[in-house]
Write a protein of this length. Structure first.
Length: 68
């Protein structure tokens, strides 16, 4: 199962972490989401191609965060 690390700006609290987990975790091909607040990283385990990561990045942006 592929893993991708996405660098995210704008996370500052536990609510931000949960918002991103909910947004990315709602994608059917995503199997696991880990959000590292201090590192500003979102780690995604997924099935499928790079389109899954593009969808995850779009979901993060839609939730109000910036991709670095």
């Amino acid at each position: 199962m592929p893993t991708e690390t996405i660098n995210v700006d704008g996370m500052s609290c536990g609510h931000c972490v949960q918002t991103i987990k909910d947004a990315v975790g709602g994608i059917s091909a995503v199997k696991r989401v880990e959000v590292l607040l201090d590192e500003k990283e979102v780690i995604v385990d997924y099935e499928g191609g790079e389109d899954v990561i593009a969808t995850a990045k779009a979901a993060i942006k839609e939730a109000g965060f910036d991709i670095l």
